[in-house]
Design a binder for this molecule. Structure first.
Ligand code: PXL
Length: 467
């Protein structure tokens, strides 16, 4: 769908025709974040200004219909529009104005038939529903109703997959090229299933339902993501599939702010990608620091030392950089046999993945040998210390591969009622006792470990002298 000359590197342009959410969670604000995260230039035609936060909408002011049209016109005539979406339109007058203006251009349009906010406020006047059906749906490339909106559009009751399929077909007969009925039908509580009806066929997109309270703006972000993928030239099924994956991440890493339903986070994926180089560089620097100071060898456990740092919003061990094969003691120092890489540690990665769920700032970790004396040095430099006891691990946890460490981290946090800087355990059959030290940055943490190693070495010397 690129405009401009063949082979040009023009960035795709998308437009959102929607309401402003002063809380920054939904509407225009969610759409612009989504466009930016997906690499398209975002433009806007604001239809309404809402005063709202995470739990209520307290005021709505409409923009004059001719001003809504004018915003679309100015963008279209200058930059060209590769795809657009509509969100909150509120009145029949705005719906008519938008339909009139966009029918002059020929870009793919995603219509999110926004009707009611999560807080219960009307975002489309009920008397304007007919206008949405009559004027806008025939211009749509994709329409994205949730179950409630699909029921209002069709007058049908939707209780099952079969009902949802029938409703999708019925909405498609109102003029759009494709219909996606989103998630929330009742008979599949474990999965969030979207049904796409396109060219006479159904496609099912399923993701495990997230237990998340940060969903304000989900529908906005989803429809904006479909528009962004269409602007980049994807076909409809592929745009819907990728938009669903994108939105699932935005919910998973939603922002825990406000007293109500927290905003989705469409930038999560982008932040994670952007942090990759910095994280690897920090672990590389940490390795250099640990290798340069001979006293670090005094802290090395039998299994070796590792240093790890996670990307923001990590999902699994491949989002954590560490040194494959660890730093082993040799000739009075520690030495790595390979370079840091993502997925380089499963052990420290598990500590970090759990720790970050409780404190997203604690993204770096180093493991060292257990000793009471090392613990008291760590305490002496102001670190908060907690522990877990592998012998207390419930049998059902023990039997699942990879579950001991997350369980242990939770125990250690619960023990002191906050996230510690240091977690240790005293070992178990076949398990060496260990200390894990946490920090915000791998290189900075390595410097602290050198400080601990120096203090430990000098305390050992003094200890020896006094014998
Ligand atoms: O999520 C639908 C929506 C769309 N547009 C605006 C909103 C909301 C939900 O709150 O506020 C402006």
């Amino acid at each position: 769908m690129f405009r401009g000359t063949e082979g040009s590197n023009r960035v795709p342009v998308a437009i959102t025709i929607a309401g402003s959410d002063s809380g920054g969670g939904a509407g225009i604000q969610a759409d612009l974040k989504t466009f930016a995260a997906l690499g398209v230039h975002g433009t806007t035609a604001i239809t309404c200004i809402t005063a709202q936060n995470t739990y209520s909408v307290t005021a709505i002011e409409c923009v004059k219909p001719e001003i809504v049209k004018e915003q679309i016109k100015q963008v279209a005539e200058d930059m060209g529009i590769d795809a657009g979406k509509t969100g909150m339109l509120y009145t029949e007058e705005i719906i008519k104005a938008v339909s009139e203006e966009i029918s002059k251009y020929n870009f793919p349009l995603v219509v999110d038939p926004v009707m009611v906010a999560k807080s219960g406020a009307f975002l489309l006047k009920p008397e304007a529903e007919a206008a949405l059906r009559k004027y806008l749906l025939p211009l749509a490339t994709v329409v994205t109703p949730n179950r409630f909106e699909a029921e209002r559009l069709t007058g049908m009751e939707i209780r099952s997959m079969e009902d949802a399929k029938r409703a999708a077909k019925e909405i498609c007969s109102m003029g759009p090229r494709a219909v996606v009925i989103k998630g929330g039908h009742l008979d599949m509580p474990k999965d969030a299933i979207d049904i796409l009806y396109y060219m006479g066929e159904y496609r099912i997109f399923s993701m495990p339902r997230l237990d998340s309270k940060t969903t304000h703006g989900t529908g906005c972000s989803f429809s904006a993501a479909i528009a962004a993928f269409l602007a980049k030239g994807e076909d409809i099924p592929s745009a819907v599939k990728q938009a669903k994956e994108f939105t699932t991440n935005a919910i998973k890493f939603g922002l825990k702010i406000g007293k109500g339903v927290g905003p989705v986070n469409p930038l999560a994926t982008l932040y994670r990608e952007a942090a990759k180089y910095g994280v690897l560089k920090s672990v590389r620097e940490a390795k250099r620091i640990l290798e340069s100071f001979p006293e670090v060898a005094d802290l090395a456990p039998e299994v070796g030392i590792n240093v790890a740092m996670a990307l923001p919003y990590p999902e699994n061990i491949n989002d954590v950089a560490a040194i494959p094969g660890r730093l082993m003691r040799a000739f009075g120092r520690v030495k790595a046999s390979s370079s840091p890489d993502f997925g380089g540690s499963s052990h420290l990665a598990r500590y970090l993945l759990e720790m970050i769920r409780h404190d997203p700032r604690k993204r770096a970790a180093i493991n060292i040998r257990f000793s009471e004396e090392i613990l008291s040095i760590l305490r002496g430099i102001g670190m908060k210390i907690s522990f877990f006891d592998r012998k207390e691990e419930p049998a059902d946890v023990k039997h699942i591969e990879g579950m001991t460490i997350p369980w242990g981290v939770k125990q250690a946090i619960a023990r002191i009622g906050e996230t510690p800087d240091v977690i240790y355990h005293m070992g178990d059959f076949g398990k060496e006792p260990m200390i894990v030290v946490f920090g915000e940055d791998a290189a900075e943490l390595a410097r602290r470990i050198v400080e601990v190693a120096s203090k430990y070495r000098s305390s050992q010397r003094k200890g020896n002298c006094s014998i």
